[in-house]
Design a protein around this ligand. Structure first.
Ligand SMILES: Cc1cc2nc3c(=O)[nH]c(=O)nc-3n(C[C@H](O)[C@H](O)[C@H](O)COP(=O)(O)O)c2cc1C
Length: 391
């Protein structure tokens, strides 16, 4: 077993694909029936097997979401996002099973100091041979801040200001490679030298952020490599987000291709369209509406992004959010889903997707792999091996 190969950034305009990790019995659908059919999310052997499959089909990175609290009693009862594995603890299991795939972990700047993030991140980057990515989350849930003893009176934009400075502090620590650091910001004040191992990727590990508020976009434009956006049915909203991010990125002195705006998209595949639709009906009928309503209340209440993107009857919103955490769900055969991805890419300008599998069984992963050859034929995707496993 070796650590793996260091990933380079390659802003080539080709599509990139991420995979929302199986961090709980069912990370996506609020369905006990789905949780019962998914592989065991706590078992390292299962995680290693899944990681190899996901790498083999040609995914670019796996994405570990993270948090500290449940979505509520209903979610917990059915295994939706509970128990939820800790990203930096389980990421090494995936790293040990793979050679080339990127492994992205969420770490919240509201709960972890820049020194702790720099240290955990450098270890994860070293352990994986330079394949680690940080999903920068400011931390937006008041009950979570209360649990962790973090201040609860910081508003949305202030949280991004604090986060932006935290990222600067983390990068300063990484760049120092153990030399003495003096960092005196408005919100973070630190001095000293950080023990190794040091980061492998240069100039620093790959940075992700999922914000699409103005403050989130600014952070992404200035410093991130990947951004996420939900994909509501109205593609013009996504196009606006993509265009405004490109403008901000240019204004920040970077090439718009340096930031990959990825659409977070639910996927449910079948060998045929009919089979996929049957699975979709089965999942939709099995949704726990109590849990779905809780998710909808939480997302609509706490996030500007979701408030902007979803309108309509509450139970309809809950059903949508309950299927794949609010993401649009693509349903069909590999050929059909490839066609839908191509449309989305062309109409919205997103240059990548993060798959949120509605179900995580081995057949779903295999069918995901059958999507890529259609994209290759359309000249929008190159197999990772042919582009040096670049981010
Ligand atoms: C694909 C995706 C993954 C996310 N992962 C997490 C996560 O793991 N933990 C978390 O607390 N928030 C997560 N979020 C929430 C975002 O960090 C962000 O707060 C949200 O998209 C709202 O954007 P805004 O902060 O700019 O308003 C995620 C959002 C998306 C779309």
């Amino acid at each position: 077993m070796s650590r793996g190969t260091t990933k380079d950034r390659l802003p080539d305009g080709q599509l990139r694909f991420g995979f929302m990790w199986l961090s709980s019995p069912t990370p996506t659908a609020t369905s006990k029936a789905v949780a019962d059919r998914n592989p065991d999310s706590l078992d390292p052997a299962t995680q290693m097997d899944l990681a190899r499959r996901v790498e083999d089909i040609g995914m670019d990175y796996v994405f570990f979401a993270d948090g500290y609290i449940t979505h509520g009693e209903n979610s917990a009862r059915i295994g939706h996002a509970q128990p939820h594995i800790s990203a930096p603890i389980y990421a090494p299991v995936v790293m040990a099973a793979t050679q080339h795939i990127g492994v992205v972990t969420t770490m919240h700047t509201r709960y972890l100091s820049p020194g702790v993030i720099a240290r955990l991140g450098a270890n994860l980057d070293a352990l994986s041979g330079g394949r680690w990515g940080w999903n920068i989350v400011p931390g937006w849930k008041t009950p979570e801040a209360e649990l962790l003893g973090a201040p609860t009176d910081t508003d949305h934009d202030l949280r991004y200001k604090i986060t932006t400075e935290a990222v600067e502090a983390v990068k300063t620590l990484w760049a120092s490679r153990g030399e003495h650091v003096e960092f005196h910001g408005e919100y973070h004040d630190l001095r000293g030298s950080l023990i190794g191992p040091h980061i492998e990727q240069q100039p620093w590990p790959c940075l992700f952020n999922a914000g699409v508020s103005a403050a989130g976009q600014q952070l992404i434009a200035e410093t991130c490599d990947f951004a996420f956006t939900p994909l509501p049915d109205d593609y013009s909203k996504v196009r606006k987000t993509v265009d405004s991010l490109a403008e901000r990125t240019e204004a920040a002195g970077r090439n718009p291709l340096d930031v990959n705006m990825a659409g977070a998209v639910g996927v449910l595949l079948g060998k045929t369209d009919t089979e996929a639709q049957e699975k979709f009906s089965w999942v939709r009928d099995s949704l726990d509406m109590g849990a779905a309503r809780d998710i909808a209340t939480e997302l609509m209440g706490g996030s500007e992004t979701y408030q902007e993107n979803y309108e309509g009857e509450f139970d309809d919103i809950a059903r949508t959010l309950g299927l794949a955490c609010g993401s649009k769900v693509l349903v069909g055969s590999p050929e059909t889903v490839a066609g839908q991805l191509l449309d989305l890419h062309r109409e919205t300008g997103v240059r990548g997707f993060m798959f949120l599998p509605v179900m995580y069984d081995a057949e779903q992963i295999e069918l995901m792999g059958e999507v890529f050859p259609y994209l290759e034929k359309a000249n929008v995707w190159t197999p990772p091996a042919e582009r040096g496993w670049s981010w």
